[in-house]
Design a protein around this ligand. Structure first.
Ligand code: HEC
Length: 397
């Protein structure tokens, strides 16, 4: 019952996380677009630098951008901050519910021999230290050299990814890179962008000129958030694709996809500024194809050492292995208490059911993703036996 409640709590929070994230990113894309779509006003008006006309949902809208500060602020000013905060809070709650409180995801003995609590410390440590290092870099003289900062920042993300992929379970390693970047994005809003805006608004309401350096610091963080968006989203969706995080070179895949995400974003940023350079988008698409090719699974190696064709594997052998290593979770009624229902609806108790999931089973075994965290201590030989059986056509005797 408790596990079931935890499952539904996670479901509800995941839903909120998705909605808040969509609202945050939607608003950020929208303002980005807005800022670059401004045209000089058709009729000269005081202090108006640009305007955008739009039609949406049958209504007409006119948005004005002030040249400097507006003379007078209205009673209500929208800040767009709760989308970011709620995304972070719900994301953190999921991290705790799925990775820290459930067994299997965080620690994988075949990767590193650490305890669950050590895994939690490493995960939380990465997120906290990641923010402080990033923040210090932005405030240091490096913050003045945007390009160098980006290169060093990217190199550090790759190092963190590599390190995490060598201490945590692969899916947890990926999600912690996403959590670190997502935390930086939300903390940028909370600690820099919003407070700086507040100081500027206060100055303006007292009739003083706002300190432009505060606006510049906020703009730098906004720009970073803009480029981090697509890589972070990739990490979130990659969770459903063991061929990414479960791959031998998972850290390189994440690094490559970060570059692809940044290039894609760059294309849209340039396009918004009126510079159409489709090569960026072509390069991203090409990168995806090349990556898909590079990570395609190798044919299963023959079991016999001397290279002769391996002898056919019987279903009985496979069934014995599944019963020992898989069905505690993948049955109609799992006996593994953390999983009240068969995960992903994958049931492996009969020939038909196994056959129906054979491709997924093969990938999950080739990538070492299953058994989850190898909680059931599957041996390498058993793994090869099942992979080989599927490669031989998953025959029933
Ligand atoms: C301790 C519980 C546990 C054990 C044991 C286990 N699994 Fe899983 N399995 C899971 C969980 C949890 C998921 C869902 C993971 C996710 O959300 O990505 C899953 C997902 C899967 C999937 C779907 C992956 C996909 O493509 O999304 C397959 C296939 C699978 N397991 C096969 C196996 C096989 C084969 C074994 C035995 C060798 C096994 N599992 C052992 C918990 C387990």
């Amino acid at each position: 019952m408790l596990a079931h409640l935890q499952d539904w709590l996670t479901l509800g929070i995941r839903w909120i996380h998705f909605i808040a994230g969509a609202a945050w990113i939607g608003a950020s894309f929208y303002f980005n677009w807005l800022n670059h779509s401004l045209r000089p006003p058709e009729e000269e008006r005081d202090n108006i630098g640009g305007e955008v006309w739009a039609v949406h949902g049958g209504d007409f809208f006119q948005v004005n951008k002030f040249k400097g500060a507006p003379e007078k602020l209205p009673g209500t000013l929208h800040w767009f901050k709760w989308e970011a905060y709620l995304t972070w809070i719900s994301g953190f709650a999921m991290l705790v519910l799925v990775y820290y409180l459930k067994p299997g995801y965080l620690v994988d003995p075949s990767v590193a021999d650490i305890t669950q609590s050590q895994g939690v410390m490493i995960g939380l440590g990465t997120i906290v230290v990641g923010w402080f290092v990033y923040d210090l870099m932005c405030k240091s003289p490096l913050g003045k050299n945007g390009r160098l900062l980006a290169i060093i920042g990217f190199a550090m993300v790759v190092v963190v990814t590599y390190a995490l992929c060598n201490v945590l379970g692969s899916r947890a390693a990926y999600i912690h890179v996403g959590a670190m970047l997502g935390t930086i994005m939300a903390a940028n809003v909370f600690f820099v962008i919003i407070p700086n805006q507040r100081v500027m608004v206060d100055a303006m309401s007292k009739g003083e000129a706002p300190d432009v350096s505060l606006g510049e610091a906020g703009a730098l963080r906004s720009l970073h958030n803009n480029y981090m968006t697509l890589p972070v989203l990739f990490v979130m969706v990659s969770n459903a694709h063991p061929s990414t995080f479960g791959h031998e070179y998972n850290w390189l895949i994440l690094a490559a996809l970060t570059i692809i995400g940044v290039m894609t974003r760059h294309y849209f940023n340039l396009k918004n500024k009126g510079k159409k350079q489709p090569l960026w988008l072509v390069a991203s698409a090409l990168g995806m194809f090349i990556l898909a090719y590079l990570v395609s699974p190798k044919p299963a190696p023959a079991l016999s050492e001397n290279g002769a064709a391996s002898s056919p594997i019987t279903f009985a052998q496979v069934q014995t292995i599944m019963e020992a290593r898989c069905t505690s979770c993948h049955a109609e009624k799992p006996t593994y208490e953390a999983f009240p229902t068969p995960p992903k609806g994958v049931i492996l108790t009969s020939y038909d059911k196994i056959k129906a999931h054979q491709e997924q089973v093969k990938t999950s075994l080739e990538t070492n993703y299953m058994p989850l965290g190898n909680l059931t201590k599957m041996t390498a030989e058993e793994r090869q036996t099942v992979i080989q059986w599927i490669a031989q056509g998953a025959q029933f005797p």
